[in-house]
Design a protein. Structure first.
Lengths: 370, 326
């Protein structure tokens, strides 16, 4: 027998808090701080409240097509709390929870999902990239940003969030390969929510795990329970520390479940059973944290009611600010194409002006939600 | 003043700007130790080091995507795609991302990057090495498309492209890389973008062209001069956003217009010029606008390529049709 194994791989799976709210192993230090857990739980409840409101706004014609985050709050709270403000976040269209934690306002999120570019001019994390709608294209942007950071010897890190479907794309492999080749300060966070619109995880790839795709690029890769807040935060802390200390990239596959439709334009009942969704609800990420906190005496029904009220108020305030925002002027489509306005475009802008009756501006201002 | 080739002028411009601006990096396949397959980056690795002269893994989409990420994080990347036939996988990155980043973030993020790629047929290269994709890029909002035609223009326009705060697709006429030499002063002075260059003044016909075809067009103008016709030769140079005013002013003087392009005819950039001249200059025209272009075929391999590239004879014949129209 002349052949020899020259490489082997193993993918570790990590969970700290199971679906019943019980610790399954020794916890990292940060998770022993109940105040910190309460704080993260509060973020998760805010995410869910915001998300439900966004769907309600869409259903009543006050928002465009919207991609809900329902069921992915633990991943988003874990990522959002682990990152530093001067790190760089590159995202899919289903990361609004991370965005909120990084200082994007809820009003900006509503603006974006209403179809208004001003929603990508974040007032908070100015270095975070706008949402990447074309799947996985941002994996290469992330490698470029991380290269720039490494070249300048800064101790910042880049986090690139993507989904299970994105791991089938060339851009994902190309970005990972670059990150491995140059040992870039970059964390790929794959939210495996089991569904890429109607295509289930099993049909997406024959690989046993998505994490092992990182092994091919020479990147330390692992799988975690993405519905376990502690596991997400702990894995992100390790990966970010590695990135900041020159240890290179990481890949984390966070197992979760998309409890919502793909978007408000989708009807998931066409391609998956109610039983499967009901079963997934048993593992959703909020309840297990609440159960744990209640058992520790750090949370109760009264505090939950106060929190719900606070969250509702915050969301309402943001909705008001959003609906009070005047419509953009049609002329805005000619702004920010280039650093300076090309003279040759002047006649086209005049064409738009001529085609835009003045009363339309006034009506839009009076009725911002149309 | 040294006489240098177009590819040497490219190298000189990159070196000059890398020395001046520490944020400029040069990336691509084989651009480091090898100095680029056409040697356009020769010597840069030794001078600026591997951090700034970057040999990349073999993935064109990644090169374009990384350049976007680098540019947003404050570098000024120059990305080389070895041949424009391999640039098609960058189109998603250029069209969906580089060209939109400023717009979709309302100016919060910009992509000051240059994507360089050799273009056009005529060097007996293998398949996919002879493309003229300028119209595909020129159709994309938010980017610049620049296509120089001489060593001097290549030097000055590449400096301008690197300094430009927006993404620039910089197309380089492969068959002119070493065909002509010119005096080029390495003075770090950029030439203006978004403007045509009138290479020769004339009163009888306007010959409008860009990139590699400038060479044949100037020869056609010589032929026409021998026949007693004074042709004006306009090098469009920046195809997006382009300088229509100079073209219209020329047509207003000559009354006749021939547009010469190596790319396939249908929906090509020559059609844009012809349409704009018809739309805005009809009353100046004494004859229909003529297009002399590559055919709507696949660019043939080496043995037939010279029959595809518009010849001096075809340009002269089109000028005759324009001038002698009645």
């Amino acid at each position: 027998m002349l052949s020899t194994a020259v490489a082997r791989f193993e993918i570790q799976y990590t969970q700290f808090l199971d679906e019943h709210g019980r610790a399954t192993r020794e916890w990292p230090d940060f998770a022993k701080d109940l105040d910190q857990l309460v704080d993260l739980y509060r973020w998760m409840v805010l995410m869910r409240t915001y998300d439900a409101k966004a769907i309600a706004l869409q259903r009543t014609g006050q928002l465009g097509t919207y991609a809900p985050i329902l069921g992915q709050e633990a991943i988003q709270a874990g990522v959002g709390s682990a990152m530093k403000s001067d790190d760089v976040f590159l995202m899919t269209y289903r990361e609004q929870g991370v965005q909120l934690m990084r200082g994007v306002t809820m009003t900006e999120l509503f603006l974006y999902w209403s179809g208004d570019e001003r929603g990508s001019d974040f007032s908070g994390p100015r270095r975070d990239f706008p949402i990447c709608i074309t799947i996985a294209a941002h994996c290469t942007h992330a490698a470029g940003a991380a290269y720039a950071i490494k070249l300048r010897r800064e101790s910042r890190a880049v986090v690139c969030a993507l989904g299970d479907g994105a791991t089938s794309k060339g851009d994902f492999y190309e970005g990972m390969n670059a990150a491995g080749a140059w040992q870039l300060p970059l964390v790929f966070l794959v939210t495996n929510n089991q569904w890429a619109i109607s295509v289930p995880r099993k049909a997406q790839s024959a690989a046993e795990t998505l994490a092992q795709k990182g092994i091919a690029a020479g990147i330390p890769s692992e799988q975690i329970d993405g519905n376990d807040l502690i596991a997400v935060r702990e894995a992100m802390d390790r990966a970010l520390a590695r990135a900041r200390s020159g240890g290179g990239p990481s890949l984390i596959e966070a197992l979760s479940y998309r409890l919502s439709d793909h978007t408000t334009a989708d009807d998931a009942s066409r391609y998956r059973s109610a039983d499967e969704v009901a079963d997934a609800w048993k593992r959703e990420p909020l309840m297990r944290v609440r159960t744990y906190l209640v058992a520790k005496g750090a949370w109760d029904k009264a505090r939950e009611e106060v929190l719900q009220k606070e969250c509702n108020q915050r969301v309402q305030t943001a909705v008001k600010a959003y609906t009070d925002t005047p419509m953009p002027e049609p002329r805005a489509m000619f702004e920010h194409l280039y650093a300076s306005f090309p003279p040759g475009l002047e006649s086209q802008r005049a064409e738009l002006d001529a085609a835009t009756p003045e009363p339309a501006h006034a009506a839009a201002d009076e009725n911002p939600d149309i | 003043m040294p006489q240098i080739t177009l590819v040497e002028a490219i190298n000189q411009a990159i070196a000059s700007e890398m020395a001046r601006d520490p944020e400029v990096v040069m990336m691509g396949q084989d651009v480091g130790r090898d100095g680029g397959v056409f040697r356009s980056t020769a010597g840069l690795l030794d001078r600026f080091g591997p951090g700034r002269v970057i040999d990349t893994p073999l993935a064109e989409g990644m090169i374009a995507g990384m350049a976007i990420g680098m540019a947003i994080e404050g570098l000024k990347p120059i990305a080389e795609i070895q041949f424009s036939g391999f640039a098609y996988t960058t189109i998603d990155q250029i069209l969906n991302h580089a060209g939109r980043m400023r717009y979709r973030t309302r100016g919060r993020m910009t992509c000051p990057m240059v994507l360089r790629t050799p273009c056009g047929a005529g060097i007996h290269a293998p398949e996919h090495h002879s493309e003229s994709p300028e119209a595909m890029f020129a159709h994309t909002p938010g980017i610049r498309v620049v296509y120089p035609s001489s060593p001097r223009l290549a030097y000055g326009l590449l400096l301008a492209a690197i300094r430009d705060p927006d993404p620039v697709i910089f197309l380089e006429p492969t068959r002119l890389y070493r065909l002509i030499k010119e005096d080029v002063e390495d003075d770090g002075i950029a030439l203006p973008l978004d403007t045509c260059f009138t290479l020769r003044e004339g009163t009888d016909v306007s010959l409008v062209t860009w990139g590699g075809m400038v060479h044949e067009t100037l020869q056609a103008a010589d032929r026409l001069a021998d026949e007693g016709y004074a042709a004006e030769v306009i090098d469009v140079a920046t195809l997006k956003p382009y300088d229509l005013e100079t073209v219209l002013a020329s047509v207003a003087r000559t009354g006749r217009c021939v547009v010469i392009s190596e790319a396939a005819r249908t929906a090509g950039f020559a059609s844009e010029i012809a349409a704009a001249v018809a739309e805005h200059g009809l009353l100046s025209l004494m004859s229909p606008v003529q297009r002399v272009t590559g055919y709507d075929t696949v660019v043939p391999l080496a043995r037939l390529e010279k029959h595809y590239i518009p010849s001096v004879e075809r340009i002269v014949a089109a000028a005759h049709r324009a001038i002698e129209f009645s």
